[in-house]
Design a protein around this ligand. Structure first.
Ligand code: PEP
Ligand code: MN
Length: 382
């Protein structure tokens, strides 16, 4: 039919020369093509470089891709570098690029999301900010109040959660509230309080940015920009946080599918920002005994489909403080790359989400239990 289809058909011939994991992907792709005859031209091709390709060859490939009017994103793996060519398909793209020095193969990517997919990057991504590390075997713990309320509240919480093992501090300064009459957050004053807590504790600050107009301001104070569930499909905001150059925690929309979550992440990655973490925070179902329904199977599914770290939010995912410790432990057992948990010095007086917030003692005990599970599984899996 055309060169896009040819690329699929020729995959098995090039497959044995590639890294085993990549060869597996190519064979799978070929299998689907032959069995189902459903290949439709994608908008992205992956240029797989030879294992010993030089930096100059990678750069020359990037320039050739760009000279054809496509965007080039370079992904450096431990074994190989790949160049993702993004844009509408070009005549003779495969033939032209595949003949370049240092290029091993040109392969179409089947998943609707591209940069986020395991097909493009087999190795798990790891996000590292200050003391916080998540992904590729590391579990990052973020804890703190739903909202920043005052200096003492955030400082005492920061000290307590750090002592219990957290490496990130959460706290909303811009709050997306269901009612316009509810507490909306302290805005820049709240951001300053978070920054002061970071200065004392070295905890990475996770805080929500609600609109494009606030991205610069929030990015001046935050270490990780949180995109909330209500904004998961605010595409201009996703582009803006992508361009801000800071790590992003993207929360799943309460009614969003996994593909929609991954495509939302793709907007951020497509801006050249590869520091993206996905957050399962529960979805809306017919069930009323929890605030949302928390699907922990998301961890297994997302680990299969994407290299991005998966963070579980058992606080919003259940809406009841008594359920949070068990779901935190379950998420750790499922292999989550991190947890984000609401903790408050006195949940009964919290200005938002007190009913799902843990006390310092409850959080400390939860961390002890999570650590026991993680250590036990590491010992078995080693
Ligand atoms: C929050 O983290 O406080 C929050 C508002 O979360 P979500 O966007 O998941 O509702
Ligand atoms: Mn909250």
């Amino acid at each position: 039919m055309d060169q896009w289809r040819d690329a699929a058909i020729t995959c098995p011939r090039t497959a044995p020369e590639l890294a085993p994991e990549l060869a597996g992907n190519l064979n799978r792709f070929h299998f689907q093509r032959v069995q189902e005859d459903t290949f439709t031209p994608g908008e992205i091709m992956i240029v797989v470089m030879e294992p010993n390709a030089t930096d100059a060859q990678v750069e020359a490939t990037v320039q050739r891709v760009e000279s054809m009017g496509l965007k080039a994103n370079v992904i450096v793996g431990t074994e190989r570098t790949v160049v993702a060519a993004i844009g509408d398909k070009r005549e003779h793209f495969k033939e032209s690029i595949e003949s370049s020095a240092g290029v091993s193969a040109v392969v179409p990517i089947a998943a609707p999301y591209k940069m986020a997919s395991r097909e493009v990057q087999q190795e798990a991504s790891q996000i590292r900010v200050l003391d916080f590390v998540a992904g590729a075997g590391e579990v990052g713990i973020v804890a703190g109040p739903c909202s920043v309320e005052d200096e003492e509240q955030i400082l005492t919480t920061a000290r307590a959660v750090k002592a219990a093992g957290a490496t990130g501090l959460r706290g909303g300064a811009f709050k997306p509230r269901t009612s316009p009459y509810s507490f909306q957050g302290l805005k820049e004053d709240g951001l300053k309080m978070l920054a002061a807590a970071r200065d004392e504790t070295n905890l990475a600050i996770f805080t929500e940015v609600m609109g494009t107009a606030d991205v610069d301001l929030v990015a001046r104070y935050a270490d990780v920009l949180q995109v909330g569930a209500r904004n998961m499909q605010n595409y201009r905001l996703l582009e803006a946080v992508g361009a801000a150059g800071k790590p992003v925690l993207l929360k799943r929309g309460a009614s969003a599918t996994m593909d929609e979550l991954l495509l939302a992440a793709e907007y951020i990655l497509n801006e050249g920002n590869d520091q993206v973490m996905l957050c399962e925070r529960g979805i809306r179902t017919f069930e009323g005994h929890t605030r949302f329904t928390l699907p922990l199977a998301s961890v297994s599914y997302l680990h299969r489909k994407t290299h991005l770290p998966i963070i579980i939010d058992p606080s919003h995912g259940t809406g009841h403080a008594y359920m949070v410790p068990d779901m935190a432990v379950a998420a750790a057992a499922a292999g989550a790359d991190g947890l984000i948990i609401e903790v408050h010095p006195d949940p009964t007086t919290a200005l938002s989400d007190g009913y799902q917030s843990l006390t310092f003692d409850e959080f400390d005990h939860t961390m002890t239990r999570c650590k026991a599970v993680i250590d036990a599984l590491r010992a078995v899996d080693a």
